[in-house]
Structure formats: C-alpha cells, structure tokens
Design a protein around this ligand. Structure first.
Ligand code: RFL
Ligand code: PHB
Length: 401
C-alpha cells in the first residue's frame, strides 16, 4: 500500500489531521491499534471535556461541528472554590467575549470518524504491531498486522498521533530528542456519574484534604475528580467513600449541596508534564500527546493536539503545493510556542489548586495566590485568557505567540 501521509493513531489528533488533509486534497491512511467500537465507546477512554473556542470554531469551519453545536454546552465562566466560598471567574467578560465548549473528547472522535468514513477516508482499525521505519529517508514506511496479515504502507511523511504510550516517538534515534518532564506527587481519581450536575459552571476547588473538580458532560451526566496519592488503589474507593470525600471538599458556608447518583466509570490518572524537543525527525512528525502531555488541571491536552494538527496540516499543504520545505522544517518550532505556553499554564493551575503537604511555605503562598486571583481583575484576567486559550495558531496567517 502507498499513501501520501501515514498517520498512526485515531485519537483527536490523527483523525482531525486526516480530515484537514482530505480538505486540502492530500491523501492519508490512519492506522489505529484498537477497534472502532473501543475508540468510540470504551468508558476507560473518557478524557477531555473542555474545548477552547478556537478549536470549537475550527471543527465548525471544517464541517464536523454540527453535533457539538447541538449537544455541547457553551460556558462563560468557571468557579474557583476555597475557604468554603465560591469565586466566579467570568471568562467571557475578562477575555473580550470568548468562551469554552463543554463537549466530550469521545464525541469529537465519533464526529471525526463519521466524517472520514463519509468522505471515503481510510481508517484501519485493529492495526496491530505498527512499526515506523526509514524516517531518515524520503520514503518512510509503516508496517503492521491486520487480520493475521503483515502489511506495509509506504508514505511521503508519517504523523505520529499515537498518544503518550505510542510507538512513533521511540522510532526516533537515541540522542535526538531532549525530554523535559515533571512528575507530580499526586494523581486524579475521576468518576462519571449518572446524575444532573450540581453546578452550571465547572468548579475548581482547593480544600486542605486536596483538590476537587466538578465538571459535566450533559444535563444528565456529571464528571468529578479528586486529588489522591499517585499509587492509589481504586478498590479502596467504593462509591460511598468517593461521594463523601467530594461532599467534604466542596462544602460551602452558603449551604450548596452535591447531588450523588450511580457511578458509571471510575479511574485514576497520573499527572505529568512532558515535552520532547524537537517534535520532528526526518519525515516523522510527532503530534499531540505523542510529543507532549500536561496535567489535566488546565484542560489543555486535546486543545494542544488540535493546535499541532493545524500547524502540520498547513505545512503539508504548502509543501505539496510548492515543494518548499520551509514550513515543514519549522513545524517543531512553530508548535513549541503554543506547547510551552500551555505547559506553563497547566503547571501553574495545578500548583494553584493541589495540596502538597510536604511544603508548608508553598501552602501559605498558594493561599495568598488563590486569594489574589479571586480578588484582582488583572490576575483573574490572566487565568481567563490562558484558560480560553492564550495562543491561537488557528487564527490569522499562522503567526502566533
Ligand atoms: P490520544 O487521544 O491518546 O490518541 C492516540 C491514539 O493512538 C492509538 N495508538 C496506536 N495506534 C496504532 N499503533 C500504536 N502503537 C498505537 N499506540 C496508540 C490509541 O489507541 C489512540 O486511539 O492522543 P491525541 O490524539 O494526541 O489526543 C490527546 C488527548 O487525548 C489528550 O491530550 C486529552 O485527553 C487531555 N485531556 C484534556 N484535554 C483538553 O483539551 N481538555 C480537557 O478537558 C481534558 N481533560 C484530559 C482531560 C486527559 C485526561 N486523562 C485521562 C489523561 C482529563 C483527563 C482525566
Ligand atoms: C473534564 O470534564 O473531564 C475536565 C474538565 C476540566 C479539566 C479537566 C477535565 O480541567
């Protein structure tokens, strides 16, 4: 088999890239190790819930936004909760009219798969043992097994969109990549619950027992998280204990109550900040979580994946049209600007809200920072600007900070 762009991974990054390339008249094949059903419905994969307005507008502009507009929820603010008191950050008012879209990552993935298949795109599910070779040449090759057969896919370029645990990054020769990493001394225990949200806007709560987040997926589905220890066993957290802990952390002096209900999904997520530089080697380009991850506190990971995709799709479009490799050569530098902005914000937001009992000074300073963020328009505006997306490659001519 042969194609122009070989894409490893059918997450938001790989599927959106394939769709944007299709619109630009460039052929691609997506190889996904999991089944279509697993990718679309497996509850263990429920991840992102918040899209910045830029990526949401992009999905609209490329014809895959209809269900998001019908089912997604546009939010104009978030709440910071600490000292048993709510403090609203009015995102829209502080950012000149911008907002966020609450719409699950799996729904984005479903919409993109439907769009690719409707336009004759090739997404090969259950593609096992994918290996990436010859990336230092102008004919890189993907090989894989499907239905017991070994297949090869010759490409002009390969996009590694296979997430943090994928194989693409490891195809780059040793010594090329520099890794920047920060591992946090806590994790998130997340639940999806069949209960109407007890809030209209997301609540980011700092309590002395640890951080808690109240998010949602729809008027009937709530998504909640608790800061826990990194090695925490789910078996130690029966549903009653989770609801009790959530009630304790979210408690306010004004009598706010948290409704509980059946827990549909439960998982523990490690928190990691991770970036490799450069995000490309030869004809292999790393995109999204394959190149960088953020702790989820800033709700940035999928947004970053979309931003990378937009830079790569534009670069490939120019390259195929003119033969000029300049924009492909600057892919990594162009992406790392928005990546590092989001890395810094995500680490900052994580430090603002999580409890680290080993650091007494940090704990007092954190309280002062939270109080300042709630009180100062300038501090709140900075949080708001970063939360809705402080660097937007999808507007203008590609120049961004
Ligand atoms: P993905 O989504 O991990 O997709 C990678 C795909 O590649 C496949 N794959 C392979 N296929 C073939 N061969 C191999 N060897 C392969 N290895 C892997 C996988 O099966 C998969 O289908 O990466 P992508 O596309 O870069 O997307 C990144 C996002 O998934 C991620 O950044 C977000 O989920 C992060 N995130 C959030 N991002 C936001 O923008 N807003 C949020 O509100 C938000 N909340 C979150 C989050 C992540 C979380 N967790 C669980 C880490 C909340 C949580 C709890
Ligand atoms: C979610 O809805 O899953 C979610 C929302 C905001 C975050 C992280 C996760 O910061």
């Amino acid at each position: 088999m042969r194609t122009q762009v070989g894409i490893v991974g059918a997450g938001p990054a790989g599927l959106l890239l394939s769709h944007l390339l299709y619109l630009a008249g460039i052929e691609s094949v997506v190889l996904e190790q999991r089944s279509r059903e697993y990718v679309e419905t497996d509850t263990a994969r429920i991840r992102a819930g918040v899209l910045e307005d830029g990526p949401a507008e992009l999905l609209d502009a490329v014809g895959v936004g209809a269900r998001m507009r019908a089912k997604g929820l546009v939010h104009h603010g978030i709440e910071l909760r600490f000292d048993r008191t709510a403090h609203r950050i009015p995102l829209t008012e502080l950012t000149g009219g911008r907002s966020i879209m609450v719409y699950g990552q799996q729904e984005v993935v479903k919409d993109l798969i439907a769009a690719r298949l409707a336009t004759g795109g090739t997404v090969l599910f259950d593609a096992h043992d994918v290996s990436v070779a010859d990336i230092g040449t102008d004919r890189p090759v993907l090989s894989f097994h499907q239905d017991g057969w070994e297949e090869t896919l010759e490409c002009d370029v390969i996009a590694g969109c296979d997430g943090f645990h994928g194989v693409s990054r490891n195809a780059i020769p040793p010594g090329v990549l520099r890794v920047y990493e920060k591992v946090y001394p806590y994790a998130w225990l997340g639940i999806l619950a069949a209960v109407p949200p007890s809030t209209e806007e997301l609540i980011y709560c700092r309590h002395e027992r640890g951080f808690a987040l109240h998010s949602l997926r729809s008027p009937e589905l709530s998504r909640l998280y608790l800061q826990v220890s990194p090695g925490e066993q789910l078996s130690h957290w029966p549903d009653d204990r989770i609801w009790e802990e959530l009630r304790t952390r979210f408690a306010t002096d004004d009598g706010w109550t948290l409704a509980d209900g059946p827990v549909l999904e439960k998982s523990v997520t490690a928190m990691r900040s991770f970036v490799v530089e450069p995000m490309q080697y030869g004809r292999l380009f790393l995109v999204g979580d394959a190149a960088h991850t953020v702790p989820p506190t800033g709700a940035k990971g999928m947004n970053l994946a979309v931003a990378d995709v937009q830079v790569l799709a534009a670069a490939l479009t120019r390259w195929y049209a003119s033969g000029d490799p300049a924009s492909l050569e600057s892919y990594s530098a162009d992406c790392l600007r928005h990546v590092w902005r989001a890395e810094d914000f995500s680490a900052w937001m994580t430090a603002l809200l999580h409890v680290d009992r080993s650091d007494g000074f940090g704990d007092r300073a954190q309280h002062a920072r939270l109080a300042y963020t709630a009180r100062s328009r300038a501090a709140a505006a900075s949080l708001a600007e970063n939360y809705v997306g402080a660097s937007r490659p999808w507007v203008g001519n590609g120049a961004h900070d």
